[in-house]
Write a protein that binds this ligand. Structure first.
Ligand code: NDP
Ligand code: 8X3
Length: 252
């Protein structure tokens, strides 16, 4: 029987590329995001390969998270793999100049949103004594960079939660994996800089960043190990990136 994968943040970037790979491999897919037109289109695009459902909700909306997960048709209810991917950075600046709405967005989406979705899905995995949670952290959850303060804090929280989940869930035969990418060329920087394309493009200037597909391939690899193997934690960097803030930009 094909496995069911639940992907948050499937309308763009890493989430979308993951949906494509899992669909090509015949998984049942649950796409999640706020932009319904994109979810509809992606469902159409993937349906020739896979059985696809989508749920439109904001991960910050606790009630909506539970209602939407509850609304899944019977054949999609037993979620085998949860990919907690939805998230973004909002703003980049010194701590004393930070915008508190941006702080709220990052903590509410990247940390609390991940928790709400997990809480809606993990109990079913515990009952079935099977499942895998793949949290998308970041190299920014392993090393802090200047002006990254609250985004980094939110990803450090994902790192701590991934370990915490693994400690609590391994006895229930649930794998918890964390994948921590470096710079990936997605809509991430466009969101961080509030639609300023020039600033966003500068982030990826002079080097070859990861693509969303590069990360999705790692996610798929992690999800397809034998039952006794869990890739608990991994950092994925572009060859031009040595650490969170050391990037060889000599390709200008
Ligand atoms: P994108 O901006 O391309 O995608 C972000 C996804 O998250 C979108 O599908 C968006 O959907 C969804 N999302 C954002 N906010 C919400 C919300 N409130 N409720 C529901 N869904 C939401 O960025 P990436 O693909 O790069 O980011 C995916 C993950 O990877 C994030 O957790 C990010 O922190 C992490 N990451 C990214 C890196 C990078 O350099 N790009 C590096 C390391 C980690 P919609 O707007 O439709 O709701
Ligand atoms: C995204 C990577 O370094 O741009 O998590 O913050 S970084």
């Amino acid at each position: 029987m094909e496995k069911t994968v639940f992907i948050t943040g499937a309308t763009s970037g890493i989430g979308r590329a993951s949906a494509e790979i899992f669909a090509q491999n015949g998984y049942k897919i649950i796409l999640c995001g706020r932009r319904e037109n994109r979810l509809q289109q992606l469902k159409k695009d993937l349906e020739s390969h896979a059985n696809v459902q989508y749920l439109t909700f904001d991960v910050r909306d606790k009630k909506a998270v539970f209602q939407q997960v509850e609304s899944l048709p019977e054949e999609f209810k037993n979620i085998d793999i949860l990919i907690n991917n939805a998230g973004n950075a909002h703003g980049l600046g010194a701590i004393h100049e930070g915008d508190m709405d941006d702080w709220d967005a990052m903590i509410d989406i990247n940390v609390k949103g991940l928790l709400y979705v997990s809480k809606a899905i993990i109990p079913g995995m515990v009952t079935r004594k099977s499942g895998q949670i793949i949290n998308i952290g970041s190299v920014a959850g392993k090393e802090v960079y200047a002006n990254g303060n609250v985004y980094c804090a939110s990803k450090y929280a994902v790192d701590a939660l991934s370990t915490g989940m693994r400690l609590d869930l391994h006895a229930h035969n649930i794998k918890v994996s964390e994948i921590n990418p470096g710079a990936v060329d997605t809509e991430f920087s466009k969101v961080r800089f509030k639609g300023d394309e020039e600033k966003a493009d500068k982030v990826y200037e002079g080097f070859t960043p990861l693509s969303a597909k590069d990360v999705a391939e790692v996610i798929f690899f992690v999800a397809t190990r034998p039952p006794h193997v869990n890739i608990a934690d991994t950092i994925v960097l572009s060859t031009d990136q040595a650490s969170v803030s050391v990037i060889n930009r000599s390709k200008n």
